[in-house]
Design a protein. Structure first.
Length: 332
């Protein structure tokens, strides 16, 4: 597990940083949080201390012991938070990153706890997650500063578009926590020697989601599968070093980063995709909810009621993908 230093700056998106701190702590990472004065106007330091079980860093001059929990006495060892935290961290994430903090990083300004820590952090991956008004984000100065940060080795998690806190519509919303967590996982994985990962060198095939069997151009037979389990399995296999192919039925989930995703609709299409990739797989995990039956006939037009009370629907069986895979697996 990693040491993650989370920087929080003044933005309404600071509440999303609470989700990040909580999720990373639950995943077993050690998390420390450094807040600017403006960030404390949106979320209290106590919130982050409660979520991470460590003292939130708010000032370069706060009297703290080296355990970060209680005020020090003259006999206690000197604890310089911004230097010690920079040495401690495996990953530095600033979310939300205001236009102000981006400008300071680009210029090397170190005038508070967070910016001083940034300047002292010399090794390891680092991520900026911008959050601001669309006009501030699109301003040439901000774009210049972001480019300068990229040249300094920062990974930028681009903001999304939509309704902003000021009621303007456009780009500037900090990306959702799940996407930021995925970016962090990618960088941590890239920072780890591939050969040390337990599934390194293996090809994993995963199926996920439902299938849809059309009755006519607007109706189909399906089930309530969300695909979440299969997607989670695929992402975990990726994080463990595997080369992953995900065969997915129709879901509302975004395609996972770093995974070869094959989108299908019907059971026959899923069967074809599994057949295509099965022989290359060292491990196959069938998490899809495949429809057992499909209509024998598909109407080329929408089936109209036309006063009918009942309608006869004849079904035929779909290919048994799991049975086929079991019959064609090889030893070893």
């Amino acid at each position: 597990m990693a040491h993650i230093l989370l920087g929080v700056t003044g933005s309404i998106a600071a509440f999303k940083a609470c989700h990040l701190a909580s999720d990373w702590s639950k995943q077993g990472h050690e998390v420390r949080v450094a807040m600017t004065a403006a960030a404390q106007e949106f979320v209290t330091p106590l919130t982050f201390s409660s979520l991470t079980h460590t003292q939130t860093r708010t000032s370069m001059f706060a009297a703290q012991r080296n355990d970060g929990d209680v005020a020090h006495t003259p006999s206690d060892p000197l604890h310089i938070n911004h230097v010690d935290d920079a040495k401690w961290a495996d990953m530095l994430v600033i979310a939300p990153a205001s236009a102000d903090i981006i400008a300071k990083i680009a210029c090397g300004i170190a005038d508070d706890q967070l910016t001083s820590t940034v300047l002292a952090y010399s090794e390891g991956p680092k991520i900026l997650c911008p959050a601001m008004n669309v006009h501030m984000y699109e301003n040439a100065v901000t774009q210049r500063n972001l480019n300068a940060c990229r040249e300094l080795g920062w990974t930028i998690v681009e903001p999304g578009s939509g309704m902003l806190a000021c009621q303007d519509v456009g780009k500037g919303r900090m990306e959702e926590p799940a996407a930021i967590e995925a970016a962090v996982a990618d960088l941590l994985r890239a920072d780890q020697p591939a050969e040390t990962l337990p599934l390194h060198g293996l090809h994993v095939l995963v199926t996920a989601g439902p299938t849809q069997e059309p009755l006519d151009p607007v109706r189909y037979l399906t089930n309530h599968s969300t695909g979440k389990m299969g997607y989670a399995i695929a992402e975990q296999a990726r994080d463990m070093g595997a080369d992953v192919t995900l065969v997915s039925g129709p879901v509302t989930l975004s395609a996972p980063r770093g995974i070869d995703t094959v989108h299908v609709t019907t059971a026959q299409q899923m069967f074809n995709a599994v057949q295509e990739h099965f022989t290359q797989a060292d491990l196959t995990i069938m998490a899809a909810a495949v429809g057992d039956f499909r209509p024998i006939e598909q109407s080329s037009e929408k089936i109209k009621k036309n006063g009918r009370v009942n309608i006869d629907l004849r079904l035929t069986s779909n290919p048994d993908i799991l049975a086929w895979a079991g019959a064609h697996k090889t030893a070893g």
